[in-house]
Design a binder for this molecule. Structure first.
Ligand code: HT7
Ligand code: ZN
Length: 844
């Protein structure tokens, strides 16, 4: 397979002035007619005329009206072209109904839809399918479907046809087309300059009562982007379409966002609080792309973090404003550590801006998205809020309508602040999670913190330079009061000391407040100090962090030394849970145990071989002991946190329900499921129904409810995904692989539907002790399914391969079992480029 390098970038030799497309829709034989105006660039370095094209049957091609015979390969075509402006025309035939890869034009439940990012447009017609080629598009759709949609504004329609014109030049990856018998949920929005915009969420009949929340989220997003970034919507219409078969969450096509139905459809009866929050965030994310991604796009795919990191950063700001900023920050860090740290500390580690790839689809990763967003957060912290706002305004002013690079982004910050960002740029060019070793000293009223940074080697990058790292620090006095408010220390050297004068006694440091940088902090501390911070720190992130570290240390001791759950920590936890003055969402977060994968990584980094079963057993023992310690209070706590009245997905109620679910789970350990069964019967919303079923399944006492759930929801694909996932997630380690195997035989299991595949296989990979259960049945089952899926949908297969990325943490028996499965996948005939690249990176 060919490797593509950033250093080889060369601009396309032609300007694309106009694109006209006509679609004659037919499931097996759609005809796509293109008419594209090209102008040779006078200063072009490379004038070769190559148009990408894959899986296209070329019917005819013309230049300036004259038939031509281009050289066609599996990747595209070349042709002799004039050295003056010319019109390229082609007609191709494609087969949407057999397109199971879900890239290009495909069909989902009888509806036509497209997915063109990153390189799907080349499966629709011959075109320079690269993000730096931007043009205006006019699209005519001919078909029998009631609704025919494309990008931009409607420009005409009649019986069996519709035409759309998008006045904003865009790269082909933002092209979209939808055709189907859909129903809309309409609304309107008036922009700050008075422009009236038509809004629609288009869904399959039957789903129209699940659109109101998504529409509210869209309107809030439009308003927020005006208020916070001064950015206004720029077309007469904004359409969102829900699609059941979709490889990822959603896609920001200009004026026509296409969503995985799981990321837009919501109702209290069918969606959990977590679903509501995710939907709000994804709608915002895709909407925010209209400026950060669409109006200013990426020059090439190496610059993916330019749009994704910034847009994730913007959607986190939005969620913080709409909900609780501290809860959002804690949740984001849990997610970052769970997914990005695992990536950055294993064989798949790569730079936030990679310098080579084989298949770009494999780089839609937590590093590009979430670490990319962390890098923006650090930049903002370093330059300050006002300077950030000014620099971002300059970015829009200077680069609107362009395809840009990370250098362009950093340059606006340098120009508007006068700051040299060359060292900061290492965050983009160096992979790996920095470690910061912290030591301290107190003498004669002066407290000194010494910070030492280092980053372990990552594939292809053995040596790392020091980076600039913003470390937010506060100091607490012995009584718990803050003696120094938050200050940002700029760590730029490999080792650096920072002093604080005039202190009456040795303070307790609160370091890396708000998790000011995506690093691993290494500092010797005591449980007493952690408990002190948990009780007193004014920074809620670090309060949670102190509790999280206590929780981790308690479990590490249980695993390594067969210790009993730490009594002081249990005591602190029981007090905190009972403390009604604390925010329920915060209490729920403090109660949520560190993930078993996180514990495995911690043990591995400390030189131990993690045993997934021992980690699971420690988690179980800890939870059982906590439940017993709370015996007297649990019924009251459970009752007090039960949200009364009509369901509302607001953050406050959701936080309370989260705490309530944790109480129910502890209570189930004591009553065997009586309270959970009552909750299941009484539940009038999915959050409570789902939580009760999870408790019952975990207690192996939920067969009746599981059957009832199935009977009630078998007609709802999204709710059935929950049912499939819960069976595996709640299985004891010994039974997880067989539960997953049985589900793949179920009549409603559908390999072609990514949501269903992920519900089962994703849940298996997440059930750490089950996936890694001795004997390797989990590994074999996943490999069998990856091999089967690869022939149909390489993108989803390749993403799921990351379940194996942590394999080198484990004992030699497990390593050999995993290696055998990876090698078996690798040896599969006609393995896709996507999966081949992932497996070989994981193996090496
Ligand atoms: N920009 C999009 C990324 C994407 C994608 C989405 C759906 C299906 C396949 C895809 N490949 C890449 C989504 C986003 O980040 O907003
Ligand atoms: Zn995005």
């Amino acid at each position: 397979p060919q490797t593509i390098y950033l250093k080889d970038y060369t601009p396309f030799g032609y300007q694309v002035d106009e694109v006209h497309l006509t679609f004659h829709l037919s499931p097996k034989a759609t005809r796509v007619v293109s008419r594209i105006e090209f102008t040779p660039k006078p200063d072009a370095v490379d004038r070769s005329f190559f148009l990408h094209g894959e899986q296209l049957q070329l019917i005819a091609a013309k230049i300036d009206g004259q038939p031509v015979s281009p050289d066609v390969t599996a990747q595209g075509l070349t042709c002799d072209v004039p050295s003056t402006p010319f019109v390229w025309e082609s007609e191709v035939e494609i087969s949407p109904v057999t397109n199971t890869a879900l890239e290009g034009l495909y069909m989902s439940n009888g509806m036509y839809c497209t997915q063109c990012e990153a390189e799907g447009f080349r499966k629709i017609t011959f075109y320079p399918d690269r993000p730096d080629v931007m043009s205006t598009f006019t699209v005519r759709i001919e078909g029998d479907e009631k609704v025919l949609l494309s990008n931009g504004n409607p420009s005409g329609s009649g019986e069996g046809w519709a035409e759309w014109h998008d006045p904003w030049p865009k790269p082909a990856y933002l092209f979209a087309l939808v055709a189907g018998d859909l129903i809309n949920h309409p609304d309107r929005f008036t922009t700050k300059s008075g422009k009236d915009v038509e809004l629609n969420i288009w869904v399959r009949p039957g789903d129209e009562d699940k659109c109101a929340f998504g529409m509210e989220a869209l309107i809030k997003s439009m308003k927020w982007d005006e208020d916070v970034y001064g950015l206004e919507y720029d077309l007469d219409i904004f359409n969102i379409v829900a699609v059941d078969d979709f490889n990822m969450g959603a896609m920001e096509n200009k004026g026509l966002n296409i969503f995985n139905s799981s990321c837009v459809l919501a109702s209290p009866e069918t969606s959990t609080d977590a679903n509501f929050e995710r939907i709000e965030a994804i709608i915002a994310h895709e909407y925010f792309h209209n400026w950060t991604g669409n109006r200013i796009t990426c020059r090439d795919w190496f610059q993916l973090c330019l749009k994704e990191g910034l847009t994730v950063y913007r959607d986190s700001q939005f969620t913080s404003d709409m909900r609780s900023a501290s809860v959002k920050r804690i949740s984001d860090v849990i997610d970052l550590r769970g997914r990005q740290f695992a990536e950055d500390n294993g064989p798949l580690a790569h730079q936030v801006r990679p310098e080579s790839f084989q298949e770009i689809n494999n780089f839609y990763t937590a590093t590009i998205y979430e670490k990319g967003a962390e890098v923006i957060g650090m930049l903002k912290r370093l330059v300050g809020d006002e300077a950030y706002t000014k620099a971002v305004a300059l970015y829009f002013e200077r680069h609107d309508g362009q395809a840009c690079t990370i250098e362009d982004w950093l340059q606006v910050f340098e120009d508007s602040t006068g700051r040299d960002l060359s060292q900061f740029s290492k965050w983009y060019s160096q992979a790996g999670t920095p470690r910061i070793k912290v030591t301290d000293d107190y003498l004669d009223g002066t407290y000194t913190l010494t910070l030492e940074q280092s980053t372990p080697a990552t594939p292809g990058q053995p040596d790392k330079d020091p980076r600039v790292i913003p470390v937010a620090v506060g100091l607490l006095g012995q009584n718990g009061d803050e003696v120094r408010g938050t200050e940002v220390l700029e760590l730029t050297e490999a080792k650096q000391s920072f002093s604080f004068d005039g202190l009456a006694s040795k303070p307790v440091p609160s370091i890396l407040r708000e998790f000011s940088a995506p690093v691993i902090m290494e500092r010797e501390s005591t449980n007493a100090e952690r408990a002190f911070l948990l009780a007193h720190d004014s920074d809620s992130f670090n309060r949670w962090e102190a509790g999280n570290t206590l929780a981790k240390e308690a479990r590490v001791a249980m695993v390594l030394d067969a210790a009993a759950p730490d009594a002081d920590y249990l005591d602190a936890l029981t007090k905190l849970v009972r403390d009604d003055s604390l925010d329920p969402a915060f209490r729920a977060l403090v109660l949520s145990p560190p993930s078993q994968s996180d514990l495995a990584q911690t043990l591995f980094e400390r030189g131990h071989t993690p045993d997934p079963q021992a980690i699971y057993d420690a988690a179980e023992t800890f939870a059982q002991t906590l439940a017993e310690a709370l015996t007297d209070s649990l019924p009251r706590l459970y009752a007090d946190t039960t949200v009364q009245g009509a369901y509302s997905p607001d953050a406050e109620s959701a936080g309370k329900r989260d705490l309530n679910a944790r109480m129910l789970s502890l209570l189930t350990r004591l009553d065997g499921g009586e309270a959970a069964a009552r909750q299941y019967d009484a539940a009038d919303n999915m959050t409570q129904q789902n939580a009760a079923l999870a408790c019952l399944l975990k207690a192996e006492n939920g067969e009746t409810q599981s059957q009832a759930f199935y009977d009630q929801w078998q007609g709802d694909r999204l709710v059935m995904d929950k049912w499939f996932g819960l069976q595996v997630a709640c299985s004891a380690p010994k039974k997880a692989a067989s539960a997953a195997a049985n589900l793949t035989e179920h009549a409603l299991f559908d390999l072609k539907n990514p949501n269903r595949f992920r519900a089962v296989m994703g849940a298996l990979a997440m059930n750490q002790a089950g996936f890694h259960y001795e004997g390797g049945a989990g590994y074999q089952l996943l490999a069998d399914n990856l091999i089967a899926l690869d022939a149909l949908n390489p993108q989803t297969t390749a993403r799921m391969c990351s379940a194996f990325q942590t394999w080198k943490r484990y004992d030699s028996t497990r390593q050999e079992l995993i290696r055998a499965q990876l090698e078996r996948i690798s040896a599969t005939n006609n393995l896709s480029r996507d999966t081949n690249e992932m497996v070989s990176r994981i193996l090496n």
